[in-house]
Design a protein around this ligand. Structure first.
Ligand code: GLY
Length: 321
């Protein structure tokens, strides 16, 4: 098969964590994820490159207020929003990202800009300087429900260790953690893989806490595979999960096997997380140790999702070829 003939693949996620709390919420999340895949997959068929599609797809997810990234991000312990995002270009094996950036609409666009720079990962102060240099408009990603959640936590003397992030906007003050991030893995028709991840963090975290989402532990790719993680950042970092799965595929394991082995390790270590991945031979896979992972994919033939895949299934991974 010529490189031009590669069947494009796309998988996205809107976080992992506890069960969705209502059927209405499930419909909202499913519609949001499906509409984005429906819009983005045709771009890959038209020959658009993986980086552009990954960034556009992440932006659409960041703009959906039901997910904890971009607009709708959770508040940290001091009531401020600080977001993190990264892009990993698998063909170039190049990582770039921003850590704890504030007052910007699409952190993933800044991560993309940094792909072309010598200094490719910037933290809060440096990110703010860059936004000023690039004349990026100031933007407040706060939505009412996130403020209400934070106010309730304040009222409760910050009893919870992290925000009850839900991907269901109509719910108020839920205490079931959902630990959302958003993530995208793309295989384009030229055989190139790109992974992108963006997050508002855990919520209620200490100022300066660094998320996995702008680390290779949470978002990694090379020419063999691309992986995005979601869930508790510290668990993902301790497993070095995205990089581990990619390296296993690089060393010859099929993606399905690499995912299963890695997720078994996560289960043994009592981690709370989810993963999406694509390999160079077009396999799509997702996994979770949490109750649910909110994924949606296009396997070249049709769109599918993981919303009905719950912990009763007792499986750690699922996949499509
Ligand atoms: N996985 C997102 C975070 O823990 O910040």
């Amino acid at each position: 098969m010529s490189v031009e003939g590669v069947q494009p693949k796309l998988i996205i996620h809107g976080g992992a964590g506890g069960h969705l709390q209502s059927e209405a919420g499930e419909i909202i999340v499913r519609q949001a994820l499906h509409s984005i895949v429906e819009k983005m997959y045709p771009l890959l068929l038209e020959g658009e490159h993986a980086t552009e599609v990954a960034v556009k797809t992440c932006q659409l997810l960041e703009d959906k207020t039901i997910f904890n990234a971009g607009t709708g991000s959770v508040l940290q312990s001091d009531g401020q929003i600080r977001m993190s995002a990264s892009i990993m270009d698998g063909a170039k094996q190049r990582f770039s990202g921003v850590i704890n950036v504030s007052r910007v609409k699409n952190p993933i666009a800044i991560a993309q800009f940094l792909q072309g720079e010598d200094d490719r990962v910037l933290s809060d102060y440096g990110s703010a300087e860059l936004l000023r240099e690039l004349n990026v408009p100031i933007y407040d990603p706060l939505i009412d429900i996130r403020l209400k959640e934070w106010m309730q936590e304040r009222y409760d003397h910050f009893h919870h260790k992290m925000a009850g992030v839900v991907a269901e906007q109509e719910l108020t003050l839920p205490h079931e953690a959902r630990r959302g991030t958003i993530g995208v893995v793309v295989l384009d028709r030229y055989g190139k893989i790109v992974a992108g991840t963006s997050t508002g963090g855990k919520g209620l975290e200490r100022i300066g806490r660094v998320s996995d989402s702008a680390m290779p532990a949470g978002n990694y790719a090379n020419k063999y595979a691309g992986v995005c993680c979601t869930g508790i950042g510290e668990d993902i970092i301790d497993e070095c999960l995205a990089a581990k799965i990619v390296i296993r595929v690089t060393d010859g394991l099929p993606l399905q096997e690499a995912m299963l082995r890695s997720m078994k390790e996560c289960q043994e270590n009592k981690r709370d997380l989810g993963v999406i991945a694509i390999s160079h031979d077009g396999e799509i896979a997702w996994g979770k140790t949490s109750e649910v992972i909110l994924t949606c994919y296009h396997d070249g033939e049709k769109i599918g999702d993981s919303l009905d895949w719950e912990d009763e299934d007792k499986e750690l991974i699922d996949f499509r070829r």
